[in-house]
Design a protein around this ligand. Structure first.
Ligand SMILES: NC(=O)c1ccc[n+]([C@@H]2O[C@H](COP(=O)([O-])OP(=O)(O)OC[C@H]3O[C@@H](n4cnc5c(N)ncnc54)[C@H](O)[C@@H]3O)[C@@H](O)[C@H]2O)c1
Length: 350
């Protein structure tokens, strides 16, 4: 790193790669919400988008990731580019010894995911993955309750994620499909909440919202049935369209009861009328997980300052992708698929 990070005189300099929906949010967090941090570079191939974002957060703009990553003034890198570019950028950042916070998923393929994790490990740089729900106060509280025995032996897990509307087709085409792009948050959550690994998946998918999504080989409405290593069962359902807004809820049920993380109202206002009772609903993921995105970035910065490992690791990214891969294969082949285990390091087990 260029200077003692975290001191008053040396704000941590984090280059942000990608100035789209989530990159702009992270740039804003780094520039304005995290103490003693700055954004020296915005890397973005679309010049007008990149320059506008850079101007907003006091950064320089470049379209060349290497220019920003190689800059000795850059302490760390936040990757918020389309998923099919993540592994290359992780490897590039690792080759310059720069710590990395990378958005989910790590890559579209397991092969490139493993290579990217290995590049970070070999270079000895921290690699944190953007599963921001692990920083949501409700999910943190739910996990603590489950750890403390609130549900007894875990037997059944249900997790639902629905976006208000599909992302643009250009985004979906390089997203890896709904299981890798959307359901992956729930695949990560069920591991995080239960402490158990998913061993098998049977998934269905359909294009019920937009036939064009079916034409690119993807689905917009999916169900994945899960079997866990302790014998528990689970269901993850995802949809690209919920007319009432963003809808995320999770339930962990067991021998001693259940813990539920429900949907979040936008305000505490309710309207009571002759047709019933209504309340405002949060419309967008950036609202629902607003606080989590900030704490996630704060924790990444804290890891670097304290010299500790990230809480959400490359292995978490690999494990969630393995479930998403199994679900995608199951949806395409119509049969249950075993979830790939973490490969043993070369030479192990001999
Ligand atoms: N954790 C979350 O809740 C969450 C939410 C949304 C998106 N994501 C992830 O973040 C990533 C980006 O998603 P998004 O919704 O912001 O997409 P987006 O399409 O809105 O933005 C991506 C931006 O990256 C730019 N870009 C493309 N190639 C680049 C490169 N090589 N270098 C630098 N910039 C490049 C694009 O021009 C675009 O502006 C995806 O991997 C997605 O899965 C995570």
């Amino acid at each position: 790193m260029s200077a003692a990070p975290g001191t008053r005189h040396a704000p941590l300099a984090v280059a942000v790669l990608g100035a789209g929906r989530i990159g702009r949010k992270h740039a804003e967090t780094l520039a304005h919400r995290v103490e003693s941090c700055r954004v020296p570079w915005i890397v973005e191939p679309l010049e007008d988008v990149g320059r506008a974002c850079a101007a907003d957060f006091g950064a320089k703009w470049t379209s060349d990731p290497a220019e920003a990553i190689a800059d000795p003034a850059v302490d760390a890198v936040l990757i918020a580019t389309p998923t099919n570019t993540h592994a290359d950028l992780i490897e590039l950042a690792a080759s310059y010894g720069k710590p990395i916070l990378c958005e989910k998923p790590i890559d579209l393929t397991m092969e490139r995911t493993l290579a990217a994790i290995s590049a970070a490990e070999k270079a000895g740089v921290p690699l944190q993955i953007g599963f921001q729900r692990r920083y949501d106060p409700s999910y943190v509280r739910a996990r603590k309750m489950i750890e403390d025995g609130a549900v007894g032996k875990v037997e059944l897990v249900t997790a639902t994620s629905r976006d208000p509307q599909p992302a643009p087709l250009a985004y979906l085409a390089v997203s890896g499909g709904i299981f890798r792009d959307c359901s992956i948050h729930d695949f990560d959550l069920v591991r995080y909440l239960t402490g158990h690994e998913v061993v098998e998946v049977f998934a269905y998918g359909a294009a019920l919202v937009d036939p064009a999504i079916g034409e690119i080989g993807d689905a917009d409405t999916v169900v994945a049935s899960l079997r866990f290593d302790n014998g528990a069962l689970g269901v993850v359902t995802s949809s690209r369209r919920a007319v009432y807004g963003y809808d995320v809820s999770t339930e962990v049920f067991g021998s001693g009861g259940k813990v539920v993380v429900g949907e979040a109202p936008e305000t505490l206002v309710r309207r009571y009328g002759k047709d019933g009772v209504t309340h405002d609903n949060i419309y967008w993921f950036l609202q629902r997980f607003e606080a989590s995105y900030v704490v996630e970035v704060e924790d990444f910065v804290a890891c670097l300052r304290e010299g500790r490992a990230p809480r959400v690791t490359g292995e978490d990214g690999r494990a969630a992708l393995a479930i998403a891969d199994a679900a995608t294969q199951s949806f395409k082949e119509g049969r249950p698929i075993a979830v790939a285990k973490r490969p043993l390091p070369a030479g192990a087990g001999r």
